[in-house]
Design a protein around this ligand. Structure first.
Ligand SMILES: [Zn+2]
Length: 232
C-alpha cells in the first residue's frame, strides 16, 4: 500500500543521523574520475568517539559487553544504493578487520556494487530482525546467535551481514520446514532462483571477503546464512 510505503520512507529518513546528513552533502560526483581522492577522504576507520559510543549504549554495546571499546573501530564508507546513487555508510567493527572492510568496500564502490543501506544497528535499537527487515548492512552487535547461548561473531565485531533481506539466514527444521530470518526474506530463501542482490560463489561480495580470509555463512551445513561473513 502506498500509504504504508510512504510512512516507512518517513521512518527510514528519521533514522539518518545529523552526521550522515552532513556527509551526504559532501558526496563526490558520480561522474568524477578522482577515485583516489574519494577513497582517501570517504573511507575511514577511527576509534569510537564519545558521540558514537553514546549512540551504542544499551543497544549494540550492552552493560555486560566484554569487548573493550578501544578494540572497536568506527568505519565510514561510500556505496551505491539500489537507486544507483552514491550514499554514505557507517559501520562498527573490530580493529582486526578494519583494514579488510575499508579495502573491500572500496572495491565494491569502484564496481558500483549495490548495497541498499549501511547504518549502525543502534538506529534499529540493536534489534537484528528490524535491521534485516530494512535490508541494513551491519557488523558489530553484542548478542547471542539467535536461538542459542553462543556469542555471535557480531559480538566481537568480526562478522558482517550484507544486504540481509535478499540474503536471509535459512535454517532447516527437524520437521522438514524452514525458518527464515528476516521473515520477509522467505522469497529469497530458494537460492536456485535468479534475482537481484543475491550473494553466491560468483558474486563480487563473496570473492572479496574470501580473498580477505573471511568464511561465508552460505557455505555452512546445518544452517545457511547467506548474508554473513566472519573472520576468526
Ligand atoms: Zn551475521
Amino acid at each position: 500500500m502506498k500509504t504504508t510505503l510512504f510512512a516507512m520512507t518517513l521512518t527510514m529518513m528519521s533514522f539518518a543521523t545529523n552526521a550522515q546528513k552532513a556527509n551526504i552533502n559532501n558526496l563526490p560526483s558520480q561522474h568524477s574520475n578522482s577515485t583516489n581522492t574519494t577513497t582517501a577522504t570517504h573511507f575511514t576507520a577511527k576509534p569510537i568517539s564519545e558521540a558514537v559510543f553514546k549512540r551504542m549504549q544499551g543497544k549494540s554495546y550492552k552493560a555486560n559487553c566484554t569487548i573493550p571499546r578501544t578494540e572497536l573501530r568506527y568505519i565510514r564508507v561510500l556505496h551505491y544504493g539500489f537507486d544507483g546513487k552514491v550514499k554514505s555508510g557507517e559501520l562498527i567493527c573490530h580493529q582486526d578487520i578494519a583494514d579488510d572492510l575499508i579495502e573491500i568496500f572500496q572495491e565494491l564502490y569502484k564496481a558500483h556494487y549495490p548495497i541498499e543501506r549501511i547504518q549502525l544497528i543502534d538506529d534499529y535499537n540493536a534489534d537484528d530482525e528490524q535491521s534485516m527487515l530494512h535490508n541494513n548492512t551491519s557488523c558489530f552487535n553484542y548478542r547471542r546467535v539467535a536461538g542459542s547461548k553462543t556469542l555471535s561473531y557480531h559480538s566481537q565485531g568480526k562478522a558482517i551481514d550484507i544486504n540481509p533481506l535478499y540474503n536471509p539466514c535459512v535454517k532447516r527444521l527437524r520437521n522438514g520446514s524452514t525458518s527464515v530470518s528476516p521473515k520477509t526474506g522467505r522469497a529469497y530463501s530458494n537460492r536456485s532462483k535468479t534475482f537481484k542482490y543475491k550473494i553466491d560463489h560468483n558474486d563480487l561480495v563473496y570473492k572479496l571477503f574470501k580473498k580477505h580470509g573471511f568464511t561465508w555463512g552460505g557455505d555452512w551445513k546445518s544452517l545457511k546464512d547467506y548474508q554473513h561473513f566472519e573472520k576468526k
